[in-house]
Design a protein around this ligand. Structure first.
Ligand code: IMP
Ligand code: MG
Length: 180
């Protein structure tokens, strides 16, 4: 199936305003703590870059990547980092920075992997929440936007590594044949 870029779901201005609000809430909550942002590659990179520059508290950042298991029919094995954090998480206040929470399986695995490294706390900051697609419960301490069940791209999110550079978030549409 071929796809094309569809309508804008969130404009660059809407994203900018919401990211600023999220950064304010995080700055309030993490004042005087030992904040370590864990950016989940690759999708969250652009969100992380804007979010961390809007924070008003000291923080460190590191990057992780985790194996994705693909379809729901795949048996869930032991989760594994394809890139682990370089810094120690022991006694740190870890804030996971994610692009989107869909079924919730990825974040559940990631939380357990990070929790195993003895941080003082672990919380989640996700730009997008596809709430109606959730299969496993997961708290989202800082959620940007609840969005409908559509495949979205832009602002870091990709389809086949394309569209990450878009300043807005758009819906990806299937391209149908005109003669049916
Ligand atoms: P989950 O494990 O189902 O919550 O999937 C989360 C991951 O799926 C995200 O980190 C994204 O990499 C990917 N994903 C889910 N929905 C979308 C989307 O609409 N656009 C781009 N990537 C998505
Ligand atoms: Mg992701």
């Amino acid at each position: 199936m071929e796809y094309r870029l569809g309508p804008t779901l969130l404009s660059a201005a809407e994203i900018r305003a919401r990211v600023r609000e999220m950064a304010q809430a995080i700055s309030r909550d993490y004042a005087g703590r030992d904040l370590l942002l864990i950016c989940v590659l690759k999708g969250a990179a652009i969100f992380w870059a804007d979010l961390c520059r809007a924070l008003q508290v000291p923080c460190q950042s590191d990057f992780v990547a985790i194996e994705s298991y693909g379809e729901a029919t795949t048996p869930l094995g032991k989760p594994r980092f394809t890139k682990a954090a370089d810094v120690s998480l022991v006694e740190r206040d870890v804030l996971i920075v994610e692009d989107i929470i869909d079924t919730g399986h990825t974040i559940l695995r990631l939380r357990s992997l990070l929790q195993a490294q003895s941080p003082r706390s672990v919380a989640l900051c996700a730009l997008l929440d596809k709430a109606e697609r959730r299969e496993v419960e997961t708290p989202i301490e800082y959620a940007g936007f609840v969005i409908p069940d559509a495949f979205v791209v832009g602002y870091g999110l990709d389809y086949a590594q394309q569209y990450r550079h878009l300043p807005h978030i758009a819906i990806l549409e299937p391209l149908r044949a005109t003669h049916e």
